[in-house]
Write a protein that binds this ligand. Structure first.
Ligand code: G3I
Length: 426
């Protein structure tokens, strides 16, 4: 009798343990070896998108503990799109976007805003307005959104996907109603709404030269010539190993945009393979990540490289391309894939940045202006420094963050109490 009770107790316990294992996050996800992606180099920001509701996913703990140390830039997959933020005219829903912004601030992430004028995920109410009403609605949307997050968003995708593959303007409701002027009007409004944000044009299939990339190049060249405020170009980089990519052509293409004085952002990288991939496919995918990122690291105009999600568990790909999947750098169980290590190795090819500690405006000396810049940063008035490697140059004790200790150290330096910064001797 007693033996029977013990046996049923152990069966019940085993059932409970199995249930617990089933419902909790997978405990066996491997932590990647080597440095986290954002720490491999300091020249470009490394980003990912977060889906709406990222903090309430059934596996949020695993999601966040994997992502948080890897990246330093985040984009909203959907919650900063027009239909999410302004579903009916002038009624804004900030809930999800606020959550993302607050999370980013708490975790020292920069934010990439996505997106204003786009033909997709735009609510019905805006699509049938007259040209003047549409322009006012556009101005209002840009003012309200950029106003709410003023100084907190590093870069905004102001216009998204305005060209067809043949290089003609996309026949969107924007274009049909306002002509191509909606694009430059959006940039002008965005600059006025938050002068500290970088403003970029973002599109897919721009990676290689051809009619679409030429159209974007010509538009941006014209904007530059006429003083329309644009700071950069976003290459979305949604790739598939079924299609070959000429990496030298990609490098040449980046160079011509860089020659216009534009910054370059890889905004949504993923590389599709099959739903049930062989190891050869995983290796081929890794080679795409490696080659693209190596070219980016060799191009000084590249400021950020972002993936469109990091785990295959949450990716837009399988819903859109039946039979294609597994496009990201971690698998569904949060294990790093060959693509992760290819990304990591390619980032390491970055030339070592020159850092002049304390010279936050690259003026050639450490002075009162640098002191006031660090103060502005601590007050939250600015989110980075003018010098190319300003964030590292401001971390005077090499603690990994720029904080009040660095401010105190800079004061001691200016008063002549110390003649070297602690970071220089580490
Ligand atoms: O919001 C509705 C929700 O109310 C409804 O219950 C649900 C049912 O399916 O659908 C929800 O809308 C979905 C939306 O994402 C928000 O989750 C749409 O069906 C779905 O099509 C939409 O997909 C997004 C897609 O953009 C739309 O174009 C993907 O998540 C998102 O990853 C993808 O991202 C785009 C970039 O913004 C621009 N570049 C290309 C990239 C990939 O398509």
């Amino acid at each position: 009798m007693r033996g029977k009770r013990i046996k049923s107790l152990s069966v019940a316990l085993a059932v409970c343990m199995t249930a617990l294992t089933f419902f909790s996050a997978p405990a066996d996800a491997a932590t990647p070896t080597g440095k986290r992606l954002k720490d491999v180099q300091s020249r470009v920001l490394i980003g990912t998108e977060f889906p709406s509701g990222f903090s309430t996913l059934s596996d949020s703990a695993q999601f966040l503990s994997t992502a948080t140390p890897e990246f330093n830039l985040v984009t909203a997959e959907n919650c900063m799109k027009w239909d999410a933020l302004e579903p009916s005219q002038n009624n804004f829903n900030w809930n999800e976007a606020d959550k993302l912004v607050n999370w980013a601030k708490a975790n020292n992430y920069q934010i990439h805003g996505h997106t204003f004028v786009w033909h997709s995920q735009a609510p019905g109410w805006i699509q049938n307005l007259s040209a003047s009403a549409m322009e006012s609605a556009m101005n209002n949307h840009i003012d309200k959104v950029m106003g709410r997050y003023k100084g907190q968003i590093l870069v905004w995708d102001v216009a998204n996907e305005v060209f067809e593959e043949n290089g003609s303007y996309r026949n969107s409701f924007w274009y049909r109603t306002m002509g191509k002027s909606f694009i430059e009007k959006a940039f002008i409004r965005a600059r006025a709404a938050d002068p500290s944000a970088k403003l970029i044009y973002n599109d897919y299939n721009l990676e290689y030269t051809g009619p679409k990339s030429d159209a974007a190049y010509n538009m941006l060249k014209d904007f530059k010539n006429r003083g329309i405020p644009v700071d950069g170009i976003g290459f979305q980089m949604h790739l598939d190993i079924q299609y070959a990519i000429d990496y030298d052509d990609f490098a040449r293409n980046m160079q011509r945009f860089a020659d216009l004085g534009l910054e370059i952002y890889v905004t949504e990288m993923d590389v599709r393979i099959s739903s049930n991939p062989s190891s050869a496919e995983l290796e081929k995918q890794a080679s795409y990540y490696k080659n693209i990122i190596e070219k980016c690291m060799a191009q000084p105009a590249v400021k950020a490289i972002q993936v469109w999600g990091f785990t295959d568990k949450y990716s837009w790909v399988p819903q859109t391309f039946p039979g294609r999947d597994n496009a990201l750098i971690f698998d569904r169980n949060y294990n790093p894939k060959p693509a992760y290590y290819a990304f990591q190795a390619a980032l390491a090819t970055s030339p070592t940045p020159t850092v002049v500690y304390g010279d936050l405006d690259a003026s050639g000396s450490v002075d009162a202006l640098d002191y006031s810049l660090i103060k502005q940063y601590l007050l939250g008035n600015i989110t980075k420094f003018p010098a190319e490697n300003g964030m590292i140059a401001a971390d005077l004790d090499a603690s990994g963050t720029v904080d009040s200790l660095d401010f105190a150290i800079m004061k001691q330096y200016l008063l002549g109490i110390i003649s070297k910064f602690p970071a220089e001797t580490k």
